[in-house]
Ligand binder design. Structure first.
Ligand SMILES: C[S@@+](CC[C@H](N)C(=O)[O-])C[C@H]1O[C@@H](n2cnc3c(N)ncnc32)[C@H](O)[C@@H]1O
Length: 272
């Protein structure tokens, strides 16, 4: 079981995911030209969508940054036909952005990854060092502490209960406690706003984007290493993934649903 097999690509190939990304990029209202960082770019979906939004991308340079060498290899292949703008990829921890990228940029996109970092103040201060005054910091996350529809809570509870039961019954395995996972404290919208504003930015726009995620979305997120590790720490990926997928199918069937709503928090801030 290689790391390569459990990248984010399957989930990010879902049409609803591209739509979320497009709405965020539209909200950000970025200018042509200049330099843009796609932070935690993974396998390159956001990079691709940023390029699609630029009518004339020739003067724009996009720098994808991620710590996963296997994800970056996939991103290079995904973007091999990108002829109109310069795209480069840099392997780095997000926490070391200002060391990895010395020249200041016009915008940083940071999609679906801010919730991984425990020390968010230090991270945002470092990102601020990398953005020109007046430049934009744009991020989204669906892992924040906000109101969740009651029907969705029932879905998560049933899904996880079933998944752990399958794991135990079919594979004789149990998930372990993980300090890494437990350190990922979720912030609420106000805390995200304050975090950004006390570290060199002013919020321009803030939006909650409710998204209908069909069964395929939950199946595909169950094939992503970070999600598997977060839900079933310490369990081999193949077994955890199989249990999560089987449980998702059973839960959708039992609840007679065709989607569950998941909220994404979108924030666009400007460097002061
Ligand atoms: C859920 S994926 C999001 C990919 C892409 N930004 C998107 O929205 O489609 C999270 C990405 O963050 C990367 N990542 C997580 N923690 C990181 C860190 N500390 N430094 C660099 N990359 C990190 C992972 O390797 C993964 O590619």
């Amino acid at each position: 079981m290689t790391e390569q097999k459990y990248t984010f690509t399957k989930f990010s190939s879902n049409p609803f995911y591209e739509e979320i990304t497009d709405r965020l990029i539209q909200l950000a209202d970025i200018q042509e030209g200049g330099r843009i960082i796609d932070l935690a770019c993974g396998t390159g979906l956001v990079t691709k969508r940023i390029m699609a939004h630029l009518t004339d991308a020739r003067d724009t340079m996009i720098i994808g940054v991620d710590h996963s060498a296997s994800a970056l290899r996939e991103a290079v292949v995904e973007l091999k036909d990108a002829k109109n703008s310069a795209v480069v990829f840099v392997e780095s921890q997000v926490e070391q952005l200002s060391e990895a990228i010395k020249e200041k940029v016009d915008a940083v996109f940071y999609c679906n990854a801010i919730h991984y970092v425990p020390d968010k103040d230090t991270l945002i201060q470092d990102i601020a060092q990398t953005i020109k005054p007046g430049g934009k910091f744009v991020f989204n996350t669906s892992f924040y502490d906000g109101p969740v529809p009651e029907s969705t809570l029932a879905f998560y509870r049933k899904w996880m209960f079933k998944a752990h039961r399958i794991l135990n019954k079919e594979y004789g395995l149990r998930a372990q406690k993980s300090e890494k996972v437990e350190s990922r404290r979720q912030l609420n919208v106000k805390q995200y706003r304050e975090l950004v504003e006390r570290n060199g930015f002013q919020i321009l726009k803030e939006k909650i984007d409710p998204v209908k995620v069909p069964l395929q979305g939950w199946i595909d997120i169950s094939k992503f290493s970070d999600f598997i590790e977060g839900s079933m720490p310490g369990v081999p990926f193949d077994k955890a993934s199989a249990a999560l997928r089987k449980a998702a199918r059973q839960t959708f069937e039992e609840m007679k649903i065709t989607y569950t709503v998941r909220n994404w928090l979108d924030i666009v801030a400007v460097r002061v």
